[in-house]
Design a protein around this ligand. Structure first.
Ligand code: MG
Length: 351
């Protein structure tokens, strides 16, 4: 698989949107949000629909059972990166979107788009990783599809997974449930996935090993929900923690203040971000979630998170205030500045 991608050093400054799709439309930031708001929701479903709710997964009720249902496409380049590959990522990503609704993930589908010429050995490795990830997350892959396109029409392989899970009775999690006084938690150190992929793409070797944080968060979330009133959950994938905080502030019509020095970032990731000119708060994660929790339960939920292997570095990083919707960052120097949603795309094809 080619490591030599022409966008490796693309300038992150966004172009004004024109009449064609930009890489930024896939960033998970501002342009993605515009596309969803101005095209997908009005044409496909309309205001007030489940689609318009913009949860990590849709919640549909069948015979009185609440199902979470989600789908996600994976186009990460390169498909093999430090710590993992597109196969494991595609399972964990969909499992986590179900977990973010408090659901127990059950069944997955996978659609593979393969480029003519892809080594079968690479495909075998990806599929083995998917199988292992399903086993670890306790989900069963029950249906799939395979398409092959001509050499040059894809970049090795793309994977789309969909997933279904059941939301237990009494669990109520949604992006619109944050309220003033709530506490903001981050489940782990941020930026590891994006920096691991970017370092491989840029051909940079760091002294400290940087690996993706991709992981299923089902058990972590279950423990946190059992410990207290978790109102909102979102995995901080594309657009990073900064974009997720903006989405939650918007959905709940609240302001959020985060404290920069309280947001955990591993030392090597911070050093790599400085070298690559990246802000870790905007870098994609694949095993980190943001949680907004009722204030009286914050310490208990934090302790539950820290007792889980995927949450040992969990931290309280901010608080929720009255609207209007916006996110503020208290910096290490004591100043407060707006933390806006990702504009443009600093890291295309990160997941
Ligand atoms: Mg998500």
């Amino acid at each position: 698989m080619s490591d030599d991608h022409e966008f490796a050093l693309r300038c992150p400054v966004p172009l004004p949107p024109g009449d064609t799709v930009l890489l930024g439309h896939g960033s998970g930031g501002k342009l993605t949000a515009q596309l969803i708001r101005d095209l997908f929701v009005p044409v496909l479903a309309g205001d007030g629909s489940e689609l318009a709710r913009l949860g990590d997964a849709a919640v549909v009720v069948v015979n009185g059972t609440r199902l979470a249902f989600t789908t996600d496409a994976f186009v990460v380049a390169p498909a093999f990166f430090p710590g993992s590959n597109i196969g494991e990522l595609s399972v964990n990503g969909t499992v986590n979107d179900l977990a973010m609704m408090g659901a127990t993930p059950l069944f997955l589908s996978a659609a593979l788009i393969l480029e003519e010429g892809l080594p079968l050995r690479d495909l075998g490795e990806v599929v083995a990783s998917m199988a292992e990830a399903c086993r670890r997350a306790g989900v069963t892959l029950v249906t799939g599809d395979t398409k092959v396109v001509e050499r040059g029409s894809a970049d090795g392989l793309f994977v789309t997974t969909s997933g279904v899970g059941v939301i237990p009775d009494g669990v109520e999690i949604g992006p619109e449930r944050a309220r003033p006084g709530d506490v903001v938690l981050v489940s782990g150190p941020v930026g590891s996935h994006g920096v691991a992929v970017m370092s491989r793409r840029a051909g940079i070797e760091f002294e400290a090993k940087l690996v993706s944080d991709t992981a299923p968060l089902t058990d972590l979330v279950r423990a946190m929900i059992a410990a207290g009133d978790v109102r909102c959950l979102r995995d901080a994938t594309r657009g990073g923690v900064a974009s997720v905080l903006n989405e939650l502030a918007e959905a709940s019509s609240v302001s959020i203040t985060a404290v920069e020095t309280d947001i955990p970032v591993l030392g090597p990731v911070r050093a790599a971000c400085e070298m690559l000119g990246l802000d870790p708060l905007y870098v994609a994660n694949e095993g980190v979630c943001v949680a907004i929790v009722a204030p009286e339960d914050a310490e208990a939920v934090l302790a539950a998170a820290r007792a889980n292997p995927h949450g040992e570095h969990a931290a309280i990083v901010g608080s929720v205030g009255e609207g209007p919707p916006r996110v503020l960052l208290r910096t290490g120097l004591g100043a407060t500045r707006p933390l806006i949603m990702l504009a443009g795309d600093q890291l295309p094809r990160i997941c």
